[in-house]
Design a protein. Structure first.
Ligand code: ADP
Length: 352
């Protein structure tokens, strides 16, 4: 079965075509500048039309959808109810869900007879217990505004956990894992018996680790303090926290870890500091998750930094396990979110 995987962002569509169940990649590509002035792609429909002209024999489509809130705890075949549910999540993921939805609606028009599945970044974390997902805020905010930790990168954490089980030749229900997805966006997840029990990203992807341009955990009082002192409006403040902070904000040079490593080696102090802070925050989370899990069989690194930057991995792991009886395995597992979406789509369609 040929499965087209679509990751539809606000101004781009990434796609991969897989032959399943063989998991053979048949084609891949990227359409950019959707909706931008002067672009030949005024909307997602026109972009997808070009993609579908290029690929042959699509039998099912799997869509990445960022936010499924509590509505979607697992992948689903798209129908009217699912479209309504994704729309309902748009107000808590206004940057991502509307674009994901546009991709789905365009595909429905272009391939009316083909089944489509929606795979949610948040779904894998729906197993997190209330003690870890409720914030110390008035409880009504959770009940009425759906304010809670959701977590993201779920498809990636799930994929590398499954791979770890396969490589270690152990069923997932016998493993305690910590998975570190360290790319531009970074998150870390504690996985017990194959289920996410806590993760560092929160209501939005801003919480947790220090990332390329996102600040991660900060004192929440800083937000109003900075806004007051600097007379920032909400939009500017959000943009500082999301786009001007993290490695970029601390170093004043770049969000790219490769650049920072090379600048730190040639003596740039703020690049060194940015890396120190990045590493320290990850070690703190690993320590916390070690206790939350009550043991650890494997620590897994994935995504751009996790897969490629051995010095960073070494610094994260240094002396980390002298305090435990049985040191965990440290593994590097390349992530493959698109393949995971293809697998889940294939499984769903076959079951139907
Ligand atoms: P994204 O979250 O945008 O998918 P990536 O997973 O590509 O990000 O990770 C980007 C980060 O990984 C950057 O900080 C970059 O410096 C770092 N990195 C290190 N080595 C590589 C590599 N060989 N390819 C891509 N990114 C790399």
């Amino acid at each position: 079965m040929k499965i087209l995987v679509i990751n539809s962002g606000s101004s781009s569509i990434k796609f991969k075509l897989f032959q399943m169940p063989e998991e053979r990649l048949v084609a891949k590509g990227l359409i950019e500048h959707i909706g931008e002035v002067g672009s030949r792609f005024p909307d997602h429909y026109s972009g997808l039309k070009v993609i579908l002209d290029k690929v042959d024999g699509v039998q099912a489509v799997g869509h990445r959808v960022v936010h499924g809130a509590e509505e979607f705890k697992k992948p689903v075949v798209v129908d009217r109810g699912v479209i309504r549910g994704i729309k309902k999540c748009c107000d808590i993921a206004p940057l991502h869900n509307p674009a994901n939805l546009s991709g789905i609606l365009a595909c429905q028009k272009l391939l009316p007879r083909i089944k489509q599945a929606a795979i949610f970044d948040t779904a894998f974390h729906q197993s997190i217990p209330a003690q870890a997902y409720i914030y110390g805020l008035p409880y009504d905010y959770y009940r009425r505004q759906r304010i809670r930790k959701y977590g993201f990168h779920g498809t990636s954490h799930h994929y590398v956990a499954l791979e770890a089980g396969r490589i270690l030749r152990k069923p997932l229900n016998k493993l305690k894992l910590v998975t570190c997805h360290l790319g531009n966006g970074c998150s870390i997840t504690a996985i017990d018996k194959g289920r996410s029990i806590d993760t560092s990203m929160g209501f939005t992807p801003l919480e947790g680790l220090v990332m390329g341009t996102r600040c991660g955990d900060i004192d929440p009082a800083l937000v109003t303090h900075i806004m007051r002192k600097k007379k920032f409006d909400i939009k500017l403040m959000e943009s500082i926290l999301n786009k001007e902070s993290g490695l970029k904000g601390i170093s004043g040079i770049s969000n790219d870890m490769r650049v920072l490593e090379s600048r730190a080696k040639s003596g740039n102090k703020r690049s060194r500091l940015a890396i120190d802070i990045f590493v320290y925050r990850i070690r703190k989370y690993i320590g916390a998750y070690l206790l939350a899990l009550g043991g650890l069989d494997a620590l897994i690194f994935t995504a751009g930094i996790g897969e490629n930057q051995a010095d960073i991995r070494k610094r994260i792991c240094k002396g980390l396990f002298t305090c435990v009886k049985q040191p965990p395995k440290v593994m590097v597992i390349p992530t493959n979110e698109e393949l995971m979406i293809a697998r889940q789509t294939y499984k769903l369609i076959k079951e139907k």
